[in-house]
Each structure stands twice: as C-alpha cells, then as structure tokens.
Design a protein around this ligand. Structure first.
Ligand SMILES: Cc1ncc(COP(=O)(O)O)c(C=O)c1O
Length: 389
C-alpha cells in the first residue's frame, strides 16, 4: 500500500517547489467582518459574505427555530422525502425574488452549475465557455461531452465568427459568469445577448458573485444591465451575498421541470437541511428590505479600488462587484504579501495557478457590508507600508 502511494509524495513535492502547495487552517467567523485564526482576530477581507448576512441575528434565529422543529438534516434527496416545507418555501422565495416562472434548488452553487450544464447540453452540441469561467462551469461543459470552445470576452468578434460557423450543431450554447470571481469585472451581457439572438444560441449565466449585490433589487448583473428577459438559464448560489449555502436555477417552468427530471447533482444528493432553507428565506427578506447593505459595500469597493490605484498597485479595471484583485504575478510574492498582511491583522486570500492563469497570481480582496470605511483605509495603509519595505 505504502509503495503504491509513493508517487503522491513526489507530486506534492513538485507542487510545493512551484510555490503552489495549498495549506489549510481552522478559521472562526466573527461578526463585523472579522475572523479568528489561532489566537489572532483579523479583519476578514477574504470571505464572500458580501452583505454581512452570515452572522445576522435574524438569520441565525430563523435557523435555530427550524433546527429545533425539524432537526439537523433533510434525511433524503428532494425527490424522495427530503423536500421539507422550508425547502419548498425557499423555492417559492427564489421564484419571487428572481421574478421567474419557477426555481429549483441544488446542494451548492457548484452542484447547480455541474448538474444543470451536464443535464441540458447534449454530446452533439457546441459550447462556448468564457476563459475566466468558474471551475464548476468548465467541469459542467466537459461533463456534457459537447464540443467545447473557450472564448475571450474581450474578443467577441471571434466568438461571433465561431458561432457563425456552428450552424450545423443542433444547439449552440454560450456559458458565462456574470461577475468573474477572481477579477471582479462584469461579463459583457448585452453583447452576449445580441450574439445569442443573432446566432440562435442559448445563453446560460452564473450570477454567483452578483446575486443579492448588483441591480436595483439585488437580482444580479442581468438586472443591472437590463437583460434579465433575454437570459435563457440563470444560475445562482446562496453561499456568497445570501450568506448561507445552496445553489439554484431560476427560469421557465419547462426548464425547471426538466432539471427536476435530469439534473443528477440534484436528484442523487440529499436535500438542503430545513434550517438552512429557513435561514435563506430570511436572508432574501433582508436583501429586499435593506438595499443600503449593497450600496455600502459597493461604495467601499470603489474607495478601495481608487486608493490602491493611486498608490500604484496593479488593480485591473473596471471593478464592478465586491472583489478587488491586486496582481503580483509571482505566486510566492502573493503568498508572502498575504502572510505579512495576516501578521498585521488582515485576512486576504492569495490566489495562484491553476485558479488563475500562470503569471497572474494575486491578492483577492473581498469587501463586505459589515466592513467600515476605517477597515478599508487601514488595509490600504498597511499594504502601502508593506510594499515600501
Ligand atoms: C462563479 C462561481 N460559481 C459557482 C461557485 C460555487 O458556488 P458554491 O460555493 O455555492 O458551491 C463559485 C464559488 O466559489 C463561484 O465563484
């Protein structure tokens, strides 16, 4: 047994030599955009809890009440006996929030992307997938076994040409994140809708980093850009701005019915626990009743971005969500700066290949409505101080 696993040690050594070994720690999340690692309390600029909902007392209380009544787990997959009253209420809440005909839940956003793409796309189809798309979208496209083409959203004339040549395929698909998770900028949704119309392609968007945050009502980037009605399949997650766990697809009744019958990550996985579902229903109520949360976090993002640019950090523009990358190129430089920030009291993610392309390692700074202006200014001051050493 031991000998048969020697190759693992060699592989790990090679990963470590390239500066790409992934470490893990125990982190306790605290209110007010803080976390504890070991005995240190840090200002947490590495989470995706953009509206500060994960620790909200109303949400915690909703979860506690349902936990008392319904227990910890759903006990079964949704089609067997796992679809609890709280689960059905959450489906209805998402349908209302997204103004769609129907919605279906998944265990996570990853499962929503993987299950939806592999269910909808046939091996004979052709899929155009943005090169910055999240791993779950890429894996969903691969799992479909369709012809896969990767496009750059800043070179849409090439996508146009490739779509033009794809008339022989039974269906053409365009798949994109609406906010690119490691870059913070938006996909060109209006132009993609135009291309989808022109070439009769089906447009699937993942609103993971926009749900709850962008658009007047927080419905996402498609709301912000006025193209909601032109999107065929809208996927989202509850694990970021909504502050909890779970994925969803919102769309037409036939789409949702089809996914109930074919999406394997939903059919063959235990349903979301009732307590999480109740918590998420209250989270959507807060998204609706407290729009000031998204205004605050977007103001903080603008402030951080312009301060960093003034201080000559390499921050790609434009940033339109609550993610601000600072490009450092070398993976060790990114790790080193993140470690030094931690010693100064800030948790910031260091992102390296394969999550981002070679040569673009970065700090990924994420903002939350739980942060204050002072938190952001302190971070900038500390970064400037560390960079000058
Ligand atoms: C763009 C994007 N889509 C999907 C996911 C997966 O969501 P979840 O964490 O809910 O599985 C992520 C998570 O990091 C993401 O960044």
């Amino acid at each position: 047994m031991a000998n048969r696993q020697n190759w693992l040690a060699n592989e790990l050594h090679a990963i470590g030599t390239a500066g790409l070994l992934r470490g893990r720690r125990v982190v306790t999340r605290l209110p007010c955009g803080r976390c504890r690692i070991g005995d240190r309390e840090l200002i947490d600029f590495s989470q995706n809890d953009y509206l500060g909902l994960a620790n909200d007392p109303q949400i915690v209380q909703a979860a506690q009440q349902t936990l008392e009544l319904a227990g910890a787990g759903a006990g079964a997959s949704p089609l067997i006996t796992g679809r609890s009253p709280a689960y059905a209420t959450l489906e209805a809440k998402i349908t209302e929030f997204k103004k769609s005909e129907a919605a279906i839940l998944f265990p996570t956003g990853f499962a929503a992307n993987l299950g939806t793409l592999s269910a909808l796309i046939d091996p004979g189809d052709i899929v155009f997938c943005d090169r910055l798309n999240h791993a779950s979208l890429i894996d969903g496209c691969r799992l479909s076994r369709a012809k896969l083409r990767v496009y750059h959203h800043d070179k849409l004339e090439r996508l146009d040409r490739h779509l033009e040549k794809s008339n022989d395929y039974p269906r053409r698909w365009i798949i994109t994140d609406t906010v690119f998770s490691m870059d913070g900028h938006l996909a060109p949704l209006v132009e993609l809708c135009n291309l989808a119309d022109k070439h009769d392609a089906i447009l699937v968007v993942d609103e993971a980093h926009a749900t709850g945050l962008l658009g007047e009502n927080g419905r996402g980037a498609a709301e912000l850009l006025g193209v909601e009605k032109r999107i065929d399949v809208s996927i989202g997650t509850l694990s970021k701005a909504i502050g909890g766990l779970g994925g969803f697809v919102a769309g037409s009744q036939p789409l949702v019915e089809y996914l109930w019958n074919t999406a394997r990550t939903q059919i063959y996985s235990t349903a979301l626990p009732p307590a999480i579902c109740s918590a998420m229903v209250v989270a959507f109520d807060i998204v609706h009743s407290e729009p000031e949360r998204r205004q605050h976090v977007l103001t903080l993002t603008q402030r951080l971005q312009s301060s960093l640019i003034k201080s000559r950090f390499h921050v790609p523009q434009p940033i339109q969500a609550a993610i601000v990358p600072v490009i450092l190129n070398d993976p060790r430089a990114a790790l080193d700066l993140a470690e030094r920030l931690e010693l100064e009291g800030f948790a910031v993610g260091a992102i390296r290949p394969p999550t981002v392309p070679q040569g673009t390692s970065r700090l990924r700074i994420t903002l939350s409505a739980a942060h204050t202006i002072e938190d952001v200014d302190q971070l900038v001051q500390t970064l400037c101080h560390l960079a000058s050493r």
